[in-house]
Design a binder for this molecule. Structure first.
Ligand SMILES: CC(C)(COP(=O)(O)OP(=O)(O)OC[C@H]1O[C@@H](n2cnc3c(N)ncnc32)[C@H](O)[C@@H]1OP(=O)(O)O)[C@@H](O)C(=O)NCCC(=O)NCCS
Length: 164
């Protein structure tokens, strides 16, 4: 039995983000982005009825684990927007970003969204790769918008995907 615990493959579910998730969401955001968003910022955003989010949770964890991932999005007047998305660095490339984004796309569509937009650092290969794989196309570029600590500059890309 102990052996089966050791070989247990982690399984995840994607569930709507709740106000009580916001502390863990803010902690993961702080790990993955240089600009910190407070728990209260997430709570304020999530309290607006145009905003929605999803979190990934491990369904077969024996001990409580850090939050695997989340996505936060907004949808108004037919246009949806990804506000932020992140996956725990230890769980990268396991399909969680894809599943979180699919949940956000589905919810935006259910709310009557026709297109979804997002903005991404063109140098962020994992994110750009994920969005392209999901069918997003670059519709705008602001050159040299982001400046890294080492002075390297990269473009901000505006990407769009039709939802219908
Ligand atoms: C971007 C991010 C959410 C991707 O999450 P993830 O769970 O690792 O992504 P997935 O496993 O679902 O990967 C889906 C696709 O994204 C692309 N991708 C993911 N990681 C990649 C990497 N390291 N390099 C290149 N492409 C990558 C691939 O196309 C991948 O499909 P494949 O594995 O079949 O080739 C995650 O890297 C992250 O949290 N990054 C830090 C925060 C961030 O930059 N957020 C986006 C801000 S706009």
């Amino acid at each position: 039995m102990f052996e089966s615990y050791l070989t247990l493959k982690a399984e995840y579910e994607i569930v709507p983000m709740q106000l009580q998730d916001c502390a863990e969401v803010a902690a993961l955001h702080g790990e993955r982005f240089s600009r910190v968003w407070e728990e209260s910022e997430f709570q304020n955003l999530l309290s607006q009825n145009t905003t929605f989010g999803f979190v990934a949770r491990q369904t077969n964890a024996i001990l409580k684990k850090p939050l695997p991932g989340f996505v936060l999005a907004r949808q108004a007047a037919g246009e949806a927007e990804i506000l932020t998305v992140a996956v725990n660095a230890k769980l990268g490339r396991a399909g969680l970003g894809w599943r979180l984004m699919q949940a956000a796309l589905r919810e935006a569509r259910n709310r009557g969204g026709e297109t979804m937009f997002l903005e991404v650092d063109g140098g962020n290969q994992p994110a750009v790769g994920l969005y392209r794989k999901l069918g997003f196309e670059t519709v705008g570029e602001r050159k040299a918008y982001y400046v890294a600590e080492n002075g390297a500059k990269s473009s901000a890309l505006v990407m769009r995907r039709v939802l219908r």
